[in-house]
Design a protein around this ligand. Sequence first.
Ligand SMILES: C[S@@+](CC[C@H](N)C(=O)[O-])C[C@H]1O[C@@H](n2cnc3c(N)ncnc32)[C@H](O)[C@@H]1O
Length: 167
Amino acid sequence: MLWRLRDATLTCIDTFAGSPEHVAADIDVSDLQATFERNVALVDSSRVRTLVGDSRRVALELLAEGARFDLVFVDGSHYGLDVLVDAVLSWQLLGDGGILVFDDYVWGELGEDALLRPGVAIDAFLTLVDAKYELLFADDQVGLRRVAYPTAVDDSSAAGNRCGHVG
Ligand SMILES: C[S@@+](CC[C@H](N)C(=O)[O-])C[C@H]1O[C@@H](n2cnc3c(N)ncnc32)[C@H](O)[C@@H]1O
């Protein structure tokens, strides 16, 4: 993202503690943040704001400070309820015309239970915002563009060149 969008700034939320699937696969997550910072430094660290913490809390804080993004990529916790929370908060962090991308729509390594995978949560969210988005693509990733709609809540804002990244 940083490499392709040369003027973009990136806000990344991550616990850097890994996810249950990492634990299940015995993957060492002790070096996640350092690896992330090394990778970012290869392009341009000055355009990256890293917020260490749980997305369910940090995204709320971003909303409270009035942050808005042109694109949000959701790839944090894969638990259904967490994905639903990330989806709702990310939607509110987007301006009109903003793009929301979910990773791992068909992922299910922890089991078929709807609470253990992103897919059902993403479908539920899409039902909720029906007719308020344009579907851009849907395969292992789902991308949608938020369209303008009348709302009692001020959850939209002006566009710019800002990217959010959950997880
Ligand atoms: C599947 S990895 C994806 C990482 C990155 N998007 C990539 O493709 O390399 C999931 C990431 O989400 C983070 N994560 C898991 N649950 C989280 C939560 N509730 N809040 C913030 N980050 C979380 C993990 O630490 C991990 O880095």
